[in-house]
Design a protein around this ligand. Structure first.
Ligand code: SF4
Length: 283
């Protein structure tokens, strides 16, 4: 399996971004088409499972704080997609903080669909497209990442897939899957939904993107981002402990005052946080 690398992100002043941080050729390199991978022997056997078919929560969707009620069973939401679990990319990443990637790399499963429409999204093509993935295929992906030396399973962009993820993570935990589960969140999460991950997630990796009254937050369609992100962070900390939450603030070109408010909050919170400065603003 090739390794995902994290490239610098180039962003224009109006928020358009040119480089994606996950390479394109990784999906075909996973173990999806095979019964097992034989790269490294592991002592974990995929349990027999049924595919997740309960569409109740997708019928009148309230999976993110917008609670818009869209019927994702009948139609595909423009940014969140339909009711199927869709995986856009899989691979071993060394692009995260050392705490996350360790020696073997983080086993990333990037899902498609996101309620945010950030102009600075660095993976728009990944967010909009994804391969329908059954529960068994999801477990095979986890097994493949385990066999390829991943230190953990990192699920990126989980929000619009929470019901099926809860189902799949319960199966992993009940079958004693040996790697910790990291959930990489945009930070814009529903408290009610985050509580459902209790006992299923070992480490939260949320973004903290926007301050109050943020023009960028409005462009992303989440003018209440600051309040919602603060609330969901509280629940993440209660769930896994403050030592198992790492907040990321990407140094996108926000107004200075907004940045100060975000950093004041993070400094006062006692949380570990990292500042990513991979943005390059084109003139
Ligand atoms: S996840 Fe998407 S469809 Fe569901 S409530 Fe949020 S914006 Fe609406």
């Amino acid at each position: 399996m090739s390794q995902i690398q994290q490239s610098d992100i180039t962003i224009t002043k109006d928020g358009r971004v040119f480089i994606s941080f996950l390479w394109d050729d990784l999906y075909s390199l996973t173990c999806l088409e095979k019964e097992t991978c034989d790269i490294r022997p592991v002592h974990w056997k995929i349990p027999e499972v049924l595919n997740f078919e309960d569409k109740t929560e997708y019928k009148k969707c309230s999976l993110c704080p917008k609670e818009c009620g869209f019927d994702r069973v009948r139609y595909a939401h423009p940014s969140c997609g339909d009711s199927k679990l869709r995986v856009s990319n899989v691979g071993i990443s060394f692009g995260d903080e050392p705490l996350v990637h360790g020696l073997g790399g983080s086993g990333c499963i990037m899902l498609s669909g996101c309620p945010l429409t950030c102009p600075s999204c660095h993976n728009p093509e990944k967010v909009s497209h994804g391969k329908e993935t059954t529960t068994l295929e999801f477990l095979r992906i986890c097994q493949g990442l385990l066999e390829n030396g991943a230190e953990n399973i990192q699920i990126l962009s989980p929000t619009v897939h929470i019901p099926v993820l809860i189902n799949n993570l319960k199966i992993l935990k009940e079958a004693k899957f040996p790697l910790p589960i990291i959930m990489k969140s945009s930070g814009y999460e529903s408290v009610v939904q985050i509580k459902k991950f209790d006992g299923l997630v070992d480490f939260w990796l949320p973004d903290f993107k926007f301050g109050p009254c943020s023009e960028w937050g409005k462009k992303a369609g989440v003018s209440d981002y600051f309040e919602m992100a603060k609330e969901s962070l509280k629940v993440m900390v209660e769930q896994v402990g403050i030592e198992n939450v790492l907040v990321r603030h990407v140094l996108a070109p926000l107004p200075e005052r907004e940045r100060e408010i975000i950093l004041d909050f993070l400094n006062a919170s006692g949380l570990s946080f990292s500042l990513s400065d991979t943005f390059v603003v084109l003139e």
